[in-house]
Design a protein around this ligand. Structure first.
Ligand code: ADP
Ligand code: MG
Length: 703
C-alpha cells in the first residue's frame, strides 16, 4: 500500500496556509499561530496576496510563488475560491489539501465539493474535509488546526467526524488522562475517509490504537476491509441512528433494519471495539492504547476493600467477563500476602492492611500465573497507606513479570493522593480509572478486541455448487416483464440455484391441474395464490394449509381465487401454487436488504411474533461464513429456543448456519440486481433433520 501521498495529510513535513492572516481572531491567524505554538519544525508558507510577512514568516501571494516543496496546504479561504486554489496546489505538487473552509456539501453545495475532489484527483492529491478543524500531531509538533493546542501526548489516534467534538476531546485529553499522538478532523469526508485513516495509522509507528467518533460511513465495505486487515485495535463510537425508509420497505427486513443495528454488527465483523458513549470512548481508548489484548476469559480482581470488589464483580458480569474462583494453587500463593481474614478466592481481598509490598507481591504472583488472563487492581484509599506507594508497587510487579504480556487496569478510589497516583500510573503506561467498574470495562474492551479479532479474521469460502447464471436468467425473465416483485416460485428457484432447501412448489392454472399436482405431491398440501401483485399472500386470504383430499383442493382453489380478486381486483393472477406441506417445526426468518452504507446485508430472527412484535433480529454484512453465522443464531434473545429450551429437542443449528451462509453469498453475488429478499418462514427441524424454506420473496432493484 502506498502511503506517501497520505503522509502529506497526516504527517506533513512542510505546510502552506492559504488564507493566512495577521488579524487575530481569524482562523487564518490561528492556524499559523498554532503552528508556531506547537513548535512545528518544517517550513511554514503563509499565502496571502496582501501581506508580505505573516507572523514572522515570509508570505507569498500564491502557492505557485513558494520556492520550496509543500506537503500540505491548509485552506482557510471562502469555499467558492477553493477549486482555483486546489488547481494551483496541484500544479505546485502539494500532497494533501486540508480544507478547513466550510460551505460545501454540509450546506448543500455538493457540486463545489465534487469539483475540488476531481481537481485533486487529476493531480494525485488527497483532500481532507472540507469543513474540518485540521490535523494535530504530537510526534510532528504540528498543530495544523484551529483547535487550542496539541492533545495530551500519547499513543492513540483520534478521527472525528465532528469538529467541535474533536476540539472538546483535545482539551479533555488532559483532564481525562488519555494521551493521543494524533487528532484528525475528517469533516465531510469528500475524499480521505475512515478507511484511509486506518490504512495509514496501522503503519504509523507512533500509534498503538485507533479511535473514532463516527456519525456515518460512506463506504462501509472499505471500512470493514481496512479494519479487518489492521493490526492495531480500533475503537468506535457511532452516533446517530436513522430509519432506513422503514415504512417504504416492502419486506420485513427493510423495516427492521435501523442503521444502528447494522453498524453494531459491521463493527463486530470488522473487529472494531464499540464505545457506548463519550466517556466510554475515552476510557476504552486509554486501555487499548496502553495494554495488550486480553486473550482469555479469566479475570482476576485484587483489592484492599470488599466494597470495590463487589462492584467489580457486578461490573464483570455486566461486561461479559463473569468472575470465577481462582484455582487452588493461585489462591494458596495469594494467601501469603494477606492477613488470615483476607480472601484469595476472586475478588482477592487483601484487606485494608495491604500496603505496597502486598500489592506488589500479589500482582506479580497473579500475573505470572497461567490461569490469569487479565488483572484488575483496585485500591480504596486508607489512612494507613500511601496511594503513590501502592502505585509504585503495582508498576514494579508488572515490570518484574514483563510488561505487555497480560493486560492490567487499575482503579483507585480516594482523594487527591489517589488522583496523583493514578496520573503517575497512566504516565507509566498503566490505565487507571476513578471507578472499579471502569477498570473492569477497560479489561472487557481488551477482551472484546481479542475475541472480535478471532472471528473477523475468519475468511468466507464461497460455496462452489451454486448456479449464479441460472439465477440471473430468472431475473432477466422478470425484468423482461417490467417487474421488480418476484413470485414465490421465481424466488424459490433463485434460492434453489444457491443450494437452499425449498419446499417442492408447483403452479396450477386450473382446478384440474391443482388436483393432479396435489395427488403427485401427496396429501396434505398447501395452496397459495400466485400473483406478482400480491406479495403478502395471507393478507389477501391467499394461503390454505393442510389441504387434504380432492374436494378440499377444489374448494381451496376457488376460495383463494375469490379472496384474491376481492383483495385486489386488478391483480395479475398467474394461478395457484400447490406445494408439499412441511411438518411443523420452529419458524425462523432470513432476509436481506441493500444497506446504503454496507451493501447486501443479511438478517436473521425467529419467525412469528418474535419478529413481528419483539423485533428480535440480528444483522450481518454479507457474506458470512457458516462459523460466523452460527454467532448470529446466538445473538438473538430467542437463542435458547433453537438450542432446545424447556425439554424441546435442540434444532438443527448446523444446517441453519449453512443456509444463512449460502443466503449471504446469494445476496452478494446478485447484489447488483436484488434490492431485498426474505425467506419467511424457514422451518428448522431437530438436530440432523435439516431446514426447509416454505415461502420466498425477492424484490429487484428499480430498473
Ligand atoms: P405469506 O407470507 O405471503 O403470507 P406464506 O407462504 O409464508 O405466505 O404462508 C403463510 C404461512 O403458512 C407461513 O407462515 C407458514 O406458517 C404456513 N405455510 C406456508 N407454506 C407452508 C408449507 N409448505 N408447509 C407448511 N406450512 C406452510
Ligand atoms: Mg411468508
Amino acid at each position: 500500500m502506498k502511503h506517501d501521498v497520505l503522509d502529506g495529510v497526516f504527517s506533513p513535513k512542510s505546510i502552506a496556509v492559504i488564507g493566512a492572516s495577521n488579524t487575530k481572531g481569524k482562523i487564518g491567524y490561528t492556524v499559523v499561530d498554532n503552528l508556531i505554538q506547537s513548535n512545528y519544525q518544517g517550513p511554514v508558507y503563509p499565502i496571502n496576496p496582501k501581506d508580505a510577512e505573516i507572523q514572522g514568516f515570509k508570505a507569498y501571494p500564491s502557492i505557485l510563488d513558494v520556492p520550496g516543496e509543500i506537503d500540505a496546504a491548509v485552506v482557510v479561504i471562502p469555499a467558492k475560491f477553493v477549486p482555483q486554489v486546489a488547481k494551483e496546489c496541484g500544479e505546485k505538487g502539494v500532497k494533501g489539501l486540508l480544507v478547513i473552509a466550510s460551505g460545501f456539501s454540509e450546506v448543500g453545495y455538493i457540486d463545489l465539493e465534487l469539483q475540488v475532489v476531481e481537481i485533486a484527483q487529476q493531480y494525485g492529491m488527497r483532500v481532507l474535509g472540507p469543513n474540518i478543524v485540521g490535523v494535530l500531531s504530537n510526534s510532528d509538533n504540528c498543530n495544523a488546526s484551529f483547535a487550542p493546542g496539541l492533545p495530551l501526548p500519547g499513543k492513540a489516534a483520534l478521527g472525528s467526524q465532528s469538529g467541535a467534538l474533536l476540539i472538546a476531546m483535545d482539551t479533555a485529553s488532559y483532564t481525562r488522562r488519555v494521551g493521543f499522538d494524533k487528532m484528525v478532523s475528517i469533516g465531510n469526508m469528500s475524499d480521505v475517509n475512515f478507511g484511509d485513516m486506518i490504512d495509514w495509522l496501522d503503519q504509523d509507528k507512533n500509534t498503538t490504537c485507533i479511535s473514532f467518533y463516527i456519525e456515518g460511513l460512506q463506504d462501509g465495505q472499505n471500512f470493514i476491509r481496512a479494519a479487518r486487515s489492521a493490526q492495531k485495535p480500533i475503537i468506535a463510537l457511532k452516533a446517530g441512528t436513522s430509519a432506513h425508509g422503514a415504512a417504504a420497505a416492502a419486506s420485513h427486513t427493510g423495516s427492521l433494519a435501523g442503521s444502528g443495528k447494522i453498524y453494531t454488527s459491521a463493527f463486530e465483523q470488522a473487529g472494531v471495539v464499540p464505545a457506548a458513549d463519550l466517556n466510554n470512548l475515552f476510557d476504552r481508548t486509554q486501555a487499548l492504547s496502553l495494554q495488550p489484548p486480553m486473550k482469555g476469559k479469566n479475570l482476576l480482581v485484587i483489592t484492599n476493600g470488599g466494597g470495590v470488589g463487589v462492584l467489580a464483580t457486578d461490573a464483570a458480569e455486566r461486561s461479559g467477563l463473569p468472575l470465577h474462583f481462582a484455582p487452588a494453587d493461585l489462591q494458596a500463593g495469594l494467601k501469603k500476602h494477606m492477613p488470615s481474614f483476607g480472601s484469595a478466592k476472586n475478588p482477592v481481598d487483601m484487606t485494608g492492611m495491604a500496603g505496597k509490598e502486598w500489592y506488589q507481591d500479589s500482582v506479580q504472583f497473579a500475573l505470572a500465573h497461567d490461569w490469569v488472563d487479565g488483572l484488575a487492581v483496585l485500591y480504596c484509599e486508607t489512612a494507613m497507606t500511601a496511594p503513590l506507594e501502592i502505585a509504585k508497587g503495582i508498576k514494579a510487579a508488572i515490570e518484574a513479570v514483563g510488561a505487555h504480556q497480560k493486560p492490567v487496569a487499575v482503579s483507585f478510589v480516594g482523594g487527591k493522593d489517589s488522583q496523583t497516583a493514578m496520573r503517575w500510573l497512566v504516565e507509566a503506561g498503566i490505565p487507571a480509572y476513578d471507578a472499579p467498574d471502569t477498570a473492569v470495562d477497560a479489561l472487557a474492551a481488551l477482551h472484546e478486541y481479542a475475541e472480535s479479532k478471532k472471528t473477523s479474521a475468519a475468511k468466507f469460502e464461497p460455496f462452489v455448487d451454486v448456479h449464479e447464471a441460472t439465477a440471473r436468467e430468472i431475473i432477466a425473465q422478470v425484468r423482461a416483464e417490467g417487474r421488480t416483485g418476484m413470485t414465490e416460485i421465481e424466488s424459490k428457484n433463485i434460492f434453489k440455484a444457491y443450494g437452499l432447501p425449498v419446499a417442492d412448489t408447483r403452479l396450477a392454472t386450473s382446478e384440474e391441474e391443482a388436483v393432479q399436482l396435489a395427488e403427485n405431491i401427496g396429501y396434505p398440501i398447501v395452496m397459495k395464490i400466485m400473483s406478482p401483485d400480491i406479495l403478502h399472500k395471507s393478507d389477501a386470504g391467499g394461503v390454505k394449509v393442510n389441504v387434504n383430499g380432492e374436494t378440499a383442493v377444489r374448494e381451496a382453489y376457488r376460495t383463494i381465487l375469490a379472496n384474491a380478486k376481492e383483495y385486489k381486483a386488478e391483480a395479475d393472477i398467474r394461478g395457484i401454487v400447490v406445494q408439499e406441506m412441511a411438518p411443523w417445526a420452529t419458524e425462523v426468518i432470513l432476509g436481506s436488504i441493500n444497506d446504503p452504507t454496507f451493501g447486501p446485508t443479511l438478517m436473521f430472527g425467529l419467525g412469528g411474533i418474535f419478529v413481528e412484535i419483539l423485533k428480535d433480529v440480528t444483522f450481518r454484512v454479507a457474506p458470512v461464513s457458516p462459523e460466523q453465522s452460527i454467532k448470529m443464531l446466538d445473538d438473538i434473545k430467542g437463542a435458547p429456543i433453537l438450542k432446545g429450551a424447556r425439554g424441546e429437542e435442540p434444532r438443527d443449528r448446523v444446517a441453519l448456519s449453512e443456509v444463512l451462509s449460502r443466503y449471504s453469498q446469494m445476496i452478494v453475488d446478485l447484489g447488483d440486481e436484488v434490492n431485498e429478499s426474505d425467506a419467511n418462514p424457514v422451518l428448522v427441524y431437530a438436530e440432523g433433520e435439516g431446514v426447509i424454506v416454505v415461502d420466498a420473496r425477492v424484490i429487484l432493484k428499480e430498473a
